[in-house]
Design a protein around this ligand. Structure first.
Ligand code: PLP
Length: 401
């Protein structure tokens, strides 16, 4: 059977590994040695799960979406990560990583953020644990995700706008790594997705795996079997997707469909559809599919969605897509805007613009009436209301709202 998880050196097939500057070797090796014994200890598990329950509000509901099921001719269940404290799946991971940081004796936390959801989730757990928090965020994202910037500040975090490159997520990651190089001893870098050097992709996937752990028993309870026919999630760096599929990757009965951000279309220069367009390269400490030119210069990603605006994608997903285990769709901005409105009007749920990419996948698939489809709504759309309103006209072609 294929192994879709990390090997001991952090490789997923040809992707992954830990490509870090000399100055970070010790930090990264310490983390590699420490993470599994800590997160698998009964004491860690007890604290992590207690916080997920009483602080985050887990389990998140698995909601049968009746009107959308009717429209798409399937049995559609929404995994409601949007209902978590702070409004997205990101907090599952930040709770876990801050508990790890504490046990490793670190006193200062840094993070990168795109949509601001990971920044807010990090600032939140830092407030909770009384830790110093600094967040790097591209200046473009500081503008388009303004509410989240204010939330981070209110929570006591320092937000550093990054003005290099196209001033988005990728530049924020580079800046966070630079900061880490300057403060390797006291600082813990809470990475927000299944990317970065080993062990981050594996660590983040494990922290998010609670999503599919819950889907299993929730489906069993609701339909009398613990697996769906389809799992659907959006994919930026890949963390909500990894969590959604974690306990199903080796179950061939389950079709996995992931939506990446096509922007204006993956064949154009304005896209973030890395799995469609990328070639193998090294970015932010790992080998992955990267959008780059012939000289290996990273090409800027483009999408309406700040959380998917990244020119790379986590190594686990590169490998699974390459081996044909996942079907990856490219969803354009206008399709995502339409899908966001559709869920809002048909189910009364305003999804994050990232999650709207997953919803748009429904119209590209053909289901049988009895097919059970579980789609993860990774976050709520409060942060995106302005974007939806401003770009409503874009979705006209698909119907009117
Ligand atoms: C709500 C939401 N969904 C999805 C993503 C994409 O990240 P990932 O692919 O790691 O789940 C983000 C990133 O900021 C997000 O905020």
């Amino acid at each position: 059977m294929e192994n879709y998880f990390a090997d001991e050196r952090g490789f997923y097939g040809e992707f992954g590994g830990a490509y870090v500057p000399e100055i970070l070797y010790k930090c990264v090796h310490d983390l590699q040695d420490a993470y599994l014994p800590i997160i698998e200890s009964p004491e860690f598990k007890q604290e992590y799960h207690a916080l997920l329950k009483d602080y985050v509000g887990r389990p998140s509901p698995l909601y049968f979406a009746e009107r959308m099921s009717e429209k798409y001719g399937c049995q559609l269940y929404l995994k409601r990560e949007d209902l978590n404290h702070t409004g997205a799946h990101k907090i599952n991971n930040t709770i876990g990583q801050i508990l790890l940081a504490k046990r490793m004796g670190k006193t200062r936390i840094i993070a990168e953020t795109g949509a601001g959801q990971h920044g807010v989730a990090t600032a939140t757990v830092c407030a909770l644990m009384n830790m110093k928090c600094e967040v790097f965020m591209g200046a473009t994202d500081v503008e388009r995700q303004h509410t989240n910037v204010e939330r981070m500040k209110m929570l006591g975090a320092e937000v550093h706008p990054v003005r290099t490159g196209n001033m988005t997520l990728s530049d924020a990651c580079s800046e966070a790594i630079r900061d880490w190089c300057c403060h390797p001893a006291d600082t813990f870098y809470i990475v927000g997705s299944t990317m970065g050097p080993h062990p981050y992709p594996d660590l983040v996937a494990r922290m998010q795996s609670v999503i599919s752990e819950e889907i299993k028993w929730q489906l069993q309870e609701k339909i009398g079997r613990d697996y769906p026919d389809y799992l659907i999630a959006c994919i930026g760096g890949g963390s909500n997707a990894a969590g959604t599929i974690y306990h199903y990757v080796n179950d061939e009965r389950v079709n996995i469909v992931l939506s990446e951000a096509g922007g204006h279309g993956w064949q154009t220069d304005y896209t973030a559809a890395t799995i469609h367009k990328g070639t193998t390269g090294i970015l932010h400490g790992a080998k992955m599919l990267v959008m780059q030119d012939e000289d290996g210069q990273i090409q800027e990603a483009f999408t309406i969605s700040a959380g998917l605006d990244y020119p790379g994608v986590g190594p686990m997903h590169c490998n699974m897509a390459k081996k044909g285990r996942t079907k990856v769709l490219s969803i354009n901005d206008d399709e995502a805007i339409y899908a966001g409105y559709e869920l809002t009007r048909m189910e009364g749920i305003i999804p994050a613009i990232e999650s709207a990419h997953a919803i748009a996948a429904l119209s590209k698939l053909t289901f049988k009436k009895d097919d059970v489809v579980v789609l993860t709504v990774s976050g709520r759309g409060d942060k995106d209301v302005e974007t939806y309103l401003k770009n409503k006209a874009m979705a006209k072609e698909y119907g009117n709202f």
